[in-house]
Design a protein around this ligand. Structure first.
Ligand code: ZN
Length: 312
């Protein structure tokens, strides 16, 4: 996939002339896999949504690969990661066969791209390499053995090694997402703060956090109730919401946002967490960056502002 990525960039540069600006150049589409099939969130809604919003950029061809159902026979489950520039993991469920895990590790070690959101961070607690790729996670029995809590304090990422359960979720509400890295290609041109559509706000994630960069945070308000963890209220801290992780030669884009209820049917829109123009834009830009290391997309005019949510 590194060769493909290089070609993608070189073709774009070679053909860009004074008469033919870069944005008009046709290049081979990037190949993206959305890997789904199990999640305690609505994976049917999410996988269809990711396919749609990636294809609408004109940059990607997207295949959806669906695992066997929970408890199903994984013997013949063998996604071919090597054909793809980027893999969107929309999966939170049964262990994959060891051969699939090793294949994904090799793919990432050699320059693959991975994207994940929200409850994917519950999965594969006992697969160290996957937890390194995610940087941070929650639930799934995670505690201090998973790595430190990752916080954002006094203008920088802080690793907090105190013991404890990983993962809480503040009641769904619209919340402000604050940009912390204005120079990163994914974040260039985005507002310094914007209002995200109603979503669960994760707090107290923890993990290896190796080669991790926090791009944006959200404030976990202690006045709001929290569930599915140890804390009963928000943490009063700026929690990581958007981040990148380097794994081998591979790139990972992750976000804690993107809730859809478990078992939600495909036509059950709207879901303000994923129909948020901010969320859509970040997934589109983050997936391009994970695939190529660059972002060529412009920020849409309908991007949310500091005071107004913007939904599709
Ligand atoms: Zn959720």
């Amino acid at each position: 996939m590194r060769f493909r990525t290089l070609c993608h960039l070189l073709i774009g540069c070679t053909l860009a002339t004074a008469e033919q600006p870069l944005h008009a150049v046709q290049t081979d589409p990037l190949q993206a896999m959305v890997l789904t099939g199990q999640n305690n969130h609505g994976w049917q809604v999410l996988s269809a949504h990711y396919k749609n919003i990636l294809e609408e950029t004109g940059l990607f061809e997207v295949d959806v690969v669906t695992s066997p159902p929970p408890g199903g026979d994984m013997t013949d489950f063998a996604p071919d990661f090597s054909r793809y520039d980027v893999v969107v993991i929309e999966y939170n469920g049964d262990e994959w066969p060891a051969t699939v895990k090793r294949s994904f590790e090799r793919y990432m070690e050699h320059g693959g791209g991975m994207v994940y959101a929200h409850a994917v961070n519950h999965t594969f607690t006992d697969w160290p390499a996957f937890n390194e790729m995610m940087g941070i996670g929650g639930w799934g029995g995670r505690d201090e053995s998973a790595g430190p809590y990752v916080k954002y304090r006094d203008g920088k990422m802080v690793l907090d090694h105190r013991p404890g359960h990983a993962g809480e979720c503040v009641d769904a509400h619209a919340f402000s997402v604050v940009t912390r890295d204005t120079a990163h290609p994914i974040m260039r041109g985005l507002p310094s703060a914007w209002l995200h559509g109603t979503d669960e706000l994760y707090s107290n994630q923890r993990g290896p956090a190796k080669n991790m960069t926090i791009l944006a945070t959200a404030y976990s308000d202690p006045a709001r109730e929290a569930h599915w963890g140890v804390e009963t209220h928000g943490t009063g801290e700026h929690e990581p919401m958007i981040y990148t992780i380097g794994y081998g030669e591979g790139r990972v884009f992750g976000t804690a946002m993107g809730h859809v209820d478990g078992g939600a049917p495909v036509d059950s829109e709207p879901w303000p967490a994923i129909d948020c123009v901010g969320f859509i834009t970040l997934i589109q830009r983050g997936t391009e960056w994970a695939a190529t290391g660059a972002v060529t997309q412009t920020v849409p005019d309908a991007f949310p502002t500091a005071t107004e949510v913007s939904l599709r």
